[in-house]
Structures are given as C-alpha cells and as structure tokens.
Design a protein around this ligand. Sequence first.
Ligand SMILES: [Zn+2]
Length: 393
Amino acid sequence: MDALTFGSHRLVHLDLKGAPPRVCYFEKLFPLLRTWGATGLLLEWEDTFPYNRELSQIGSNGLSSLSSGYTVQEARHILQIAGDCGLAVVPLVQTFGHMEFVLKHDEWRSLREVEHFPSSICPSNPRTLPLVKSLIRQIVSFHPDVQYLHIGADEVWHLGLCSVCTKRAASSKYGKPSLYLEHVLAIAQYIQETYPYLKIIIWDDMLRSIDLQVLNEHYIGKYVEPMIWHYNPRDNFVLPHELWDKYTTVFPHIWAATAFKGATGSSQHVPIVRHHISNHEKWLEELSVHVNKVHEFRGTAFTGWSRISTWMNPWQVANNYTNPMQLENLVPAFTELLLELSSLEGYLRFQMESIFFSSMIDEWIGTNIQPMKGKLMELKQTTENQIKLNSRV
Ligand SMILES: [Zn+2]
C-alpha cells in the first residue's frame, strides 16, 4: 500500500477522560509512537484540561472531588514532549454531543437539549455558542502551531427535542439535519474568522444519513473535513459503499479513524487484540478500494477509547457517578426479568405441589428463586434512585 492510500497523517488518539496518565508516562510513550510511525496526536483533553476563568469549573481547576487532570505546567510539558518528538498535536474539543463534561455542572445544566440527559447541548439556546466559543478559544490559544482542530460533533443523540429546537426543525426545509448542520457551520465560521489558518475536522457519523443535496446546500464541504470512523471487526464492518461517493462529492479532504482499544463495551478492562487487528485489516481494504476517489485523503487517526459514558458499577453508584441515559434502558429490562421470574415461580409451585409437601417447595423456591428476585429488585431500586439523582457522568 502506498503513501497516497495512507495519506500523510497518522494520528494517535489520546482519550484523557477518566484516567489520565502521569506526564512521565508520556515521556516514554511519545518517542515510541514516533518510532512506530505516528506523525501526530489527536489530543482529547476533555475535563483534564486546565480551563480557566469562566470555564474553570469544567477542567482540572474545578472543585469536583472526582476531578483529575493536569496543571497548566503539566499540560504545557505534554505539548513540549510531543513537539520534541516531532509529533504534531491536533486538539479535539467536543462542541455538540458528548458534552457531559460541561453539562453535568449546574452552571450549564440549562443548556441540555433534554433536561435529564447531559450528553447533547441545545443549539438554539443563546448561551450555547458563547460557551462553545470559549472552549475553543482556550484550547486553541494553549496549543502553539496548531494546524487542525477537531470539533467532535458525533453522536448527537438528542437533537431537535427541546421546545425551541422542535419548532426550528419543523419550520426548516430539511428538519433536524438543518439544525445539526447550522450549529456545526456557526462554529466552523467562527473558527474560520478567528483562526483563518485552522482546518476543521468533525466525526462523520451524523453526516451519514444526510442527503447529498442537503449537505451541498449548506456548503458544509467548504468548512469542515469529515473523519470517517468505524471500529468494528471485519464481520461487522458496515460502511455503505455509497458513503464514499457522497463524501467525495461534498468534501475535498477526508480522514479515517480506526480503533486500537476501547469501543468494544462499557466495562472492557483489556483490549480484545483480535477485534482491533481485524478492524485495521478491514480498513486497509476499505481504503485501497475507495481512497482514490478522494481529492486528498489526509490520513488516519488511531483511536483509543478510555471510558464509555459511565454505566453502573458499585463504585459509580456509591459516588453517584452514573449516566441517566444509559440507566433508563435498564429499568424495563429489570421489570421484565422480575415478571418472568414471578411467573416461573408460580409455574414451579403448581407443578411441584402434586409431588412435594409445601414446606419443601418453600425451601426450594426460597433457595433458588427468591435470592435472584431480591437481587433484581435491589438493582432496579438502585437504578431508579440513580436516575432520580440524575447525577453526573
Ligand atoms: Zn434545543
């Protein structure tokens, strides 16, 4: 495979949320990455960045007992090590979906698209764009010589749902896709005006279902470069072929993103190597077939996901550190399991009564069915309590 197929950039994604490594770890890691062929880092600071002034609560300067992250000196040192190793840094700051690190705080809670869910920000709220601009300003000014900025914008799970957005979507020619594109364009135009030298990258998933004509009418291709992400192994790799035709018509510059860890489950402790190798092998095939259609294929980001939106384990429950959006799916599942167990209990009692004395049946049910029911009821109660607390992420 030649250089054209690979593109000129090979970025390694550092997902720092959840468990940021100490700086001394990067001193060892970055030279290795360079030796292995990386050209840069896709650096997702999230809440480990030392945001200041109006944003100080969000990052490592915040007061949260759970906050961890880097001081200004440490963050600068990380950039310094990257620079010394010849690694270009592409910062990634979320601006639409995956805004949990901002929207979990009371100060910005009113910017949620759906009150109970901290993931998506409302693009119609007049306070949203100023907040996003502040995030971008602080990130860009901290990174010298930055050429690209990744503004995320993936997995906007809640879009067009608040009363204002519902009306906007209803009166827009293209409904929710227009809401999405208009927000991304507002951010992109701000970046282009303020930092004309910056090229803007977004994740592509929200664009996949938007028609070619709609993308073109919004001139989105003039402003952003999509990064097509797909993290599944060969058996489950499903990027539609027409996607490449659509994107290459709209966007002159395109990126790809694989996954070297994470993206395989919410409680994965060790990467499933076979999964990730298969993902990369399939991507090589995918690129060899399609990349020649792209005006300029920029390159690949090798993503490594550290933490999926928090689910529910004993530590997270003890610290009210759960995501209501994930938990809402659990309650009906627990309810259904409890109903099934109760009907199984009834069936067993009926069948056993023709053979055994009732005291023996009570013992059997008490030993084999009741503990399971008790555990399920406890889990259901815990889940409902966590949703009520509507806590952090
Ligand atoms: Zn809204």
